[in-house]
Design a protein around this ligand. Structure first.
Ligand code: NAD
Length: 499
């Protein structure tokens, strides 16, 4: 797998990407390219620019100029909304090529990538609505001769840095809201999955976005992401990725006191009470660790089951997992595709090896060797201590631990025994149990009798080591604004300071 292969039959699929700066396709000052291979086949599918700090500076200059002259922020909300709706339509209707490359770059099933492009279309549509409903406030209660006004301004040129697991969706949780607020943008996608961000730049251009309002610089975290995070003319960073990178971004952002939104990792609990619909809970647990091969910040990778039900739960779980088809992402029947790259594949296998030592293997546990790419079985461990690394650390792969609990308070303390706080799932038919869990579990989102369920209207984000700030929902556009207060006095009644 370490050799890239550009075979004849693959040649038609290879794309040559440039940076997208000020409406132009530009090559890097480094003169170097990064090769991307399809993790499901080991074949070369694209080359992208290995960006530099100078490339970032060029993109930031374009974003600053586009912001300062008002070519985007000076438009009416209706005009901005039109551009965003146009992209939403493209994502909902014209997603075939985008989804194909998303699947080739990530190794995820094509059917899943297609669904994600359309899901992203809904987020753009929601953001287009937010552009038109963003407004300030008026205070008429501060005196007969006075008025208080609260204005919402775009924060300025912003940097968006995104990971490889959901390249279209994660970008879409940031970009349309930034543009809706009137910000201009420099984006850095993951070096593993840059194609969709550049494709969306084209959608925006064709929808009429002015030059310089959206710029894309590809390349590695250091130097490209690092330079965006520390750049003195970038006013805000919205980052999704690992907690460790998030910490370095927060530090880099202090130079000019950038606003920072961080969407980071998780080790999310799913809690199944004995009064739950067991079939539904098993299905939710499977979705929670199999979807996207477990490369999911909200992955329900720790499942706690009430002790009297754990045997029945585990038996049904393992039986249902037989239906998970791992393999060719192009096959519409495939549930789980390839692992993104060799480093991630090795990391998952290290955790599986650790799990075999610290617990009992109940399902899977092997790599799949009769396929050309990087594939691993969905893997379940039981009899694992809640303190074992496999039960505490983010694997970011299709690996689950199933752990028993006794009662509600035990469930709450096990669920909260983590430094993360992104998502949680609760399965119960008891309303009081559901509400208590929803209140007591430390997480940005709690799903009750459902999992990985994210309507665009509902805010999304973490607490603790899972980050801060919110995406989607009404808060998303607010994140990209600064509040300015204005106090207006009737001049004839101005009370002089010096009499
Ligand atoms: P990562 O932190 O390695 O990389 C994320 C992005 O940051 C990439 O574009 C990378 O090139 C860039 N980067 C790396 N070093 C940088 C630096 N020093 N300065 C600036 N940018 C830098 O994460 P990943 O491996 O791409 O993604 C997996 C992680 O993302 C997991 O921890 C997962 O939980 C998290 N994630 C979180 C959410 C969420 O919404 N909370 C969603 C998806 C993924």
């Amino acid at each position: 797998m370490s050799k890239t292969v550009a075979s004849k039959e693959n040649a038609g699929l290879i794309r040559r990407y440039s940076h997208y700066i000020n409406g132009e396709n530009i090559t890097s000052t480094s003169g170097r390219l990064i090769e991307r291979i399809n993790p499901a086949t080991g074949k070369l599918i694209g080359t992208l620019q290995d960006g530099t700090a100078e490339d970032v500076d060029l993109a930031v200059s374009a974003a600053v100029e586009a912001f300062e002259d008002g070519r985007w922020s000076g438009l009416t909300a209706a005009q901005r909304s039109d551009v965003l709706r146009n992209v939403s339509r493209r994502l909902k209707e014209d997603w075939q090529d985008l989804a194909l490359y998303e699947s080739l770059e990530t190794g995820k099933p094509l059917a899943q990538a297609s669904g994600e492009a359309q899901w992203a279309g809904d987020i753009w549509d929601y953001a287009a609505g937010q552009a038109r409903s963003l407004h300030g406030e008026t205070y008429t209660n501060v005196g007969e001769d006075k008025l208080g006004l609260v204005l919402k301004h775009p924060v300025g040129p912003v940097g968006l840095i995104t990971p490889w697991n959901y390249p279209i969706v994660v970008l879409s949780q940031k970009l349309p809201f930034a543009l809706a607020a009137g910000c201009t943008v420099v984006a850095k996608p993951s070096e593993l999955t840059s194609g969709s961000t550049l494709a969306i730049a084209k959608f925006l251009e064709e929808a009429g976005l002015p030059k310089g309002a959206f710029n894309v610089v590809t390349g590695y975290g250091d130097p490209v992401g690092k330079r965006i995070a520390e750049h003195p003319h970038i006013r805000m960073i919205s980052f999704t990725g690992s907690t460790v990178t998030g910490q370095s971004i927060a530090r880099a952002a202090t130079g000019n006191m950038k606003k920072v939104v961080l969407e980071l990792g998780g080790k999310n609990p799913t809690v199944v009470f004995s009064d739950a619909n067991l079939e539904a809970a098993v299905d939710g647990a499977i979705k929670g660790f199999v979807y996207n091969s477990g490369a999911e910040c909200c992955s329900g990778s720790r499942v706690f089951v009430q002790r009297e039900s754990i045997a029945a739960f585990t038996e049904l779980l393992c039986k249902r997992l037989e239906a998970v088809k791992v393999g060719d992402p192009m096959d519409p029947l495939t549930t789980m595709g390839a692992i993104i790259n060799e480093a991630q594949f090795a990391k998952i296998n290290r955790y599986i090896a650790e799990g075999k030592k610290s617990g009992d293997l109940a399902f899977g546990g092997n790599v799949i060797t009769d396929l050309p790419g990087l594939f691993v079985q969905p893997t379940v461990f039981t009899n694992v201590s809640p303190t074992a690394p496999i039960a505490r650390e983010e694997v970011f792969g299709p690996v689950l631990v199933v752990i028993p609990f006794d009662d509600l308070s035990d469930a709450i303390s096990l669920a909260n025994d983590t430094e993360y706080g992104l998502a949680a799932g609760v399965w119960t038919s008891n309303l009081e149990t559901a509400l208590t869990m929803a209140r007591k579990v430390r997480a940005g989102i709690v799903w009750v009798n459902t999992f990985l369920d994210m309507p665009s209207e509902v805010p999304f984000g973490g607490t603790r080591q899972s980050g801060y700030g919110r995406e989607n929902g009404r808060q998303a556009i607010e994140e990209f604004t600064v509040t300015k207060s204005v106090v207006v006095q009737n001049p004839s009644t101005y009370e002089r300071y010096l009499g």
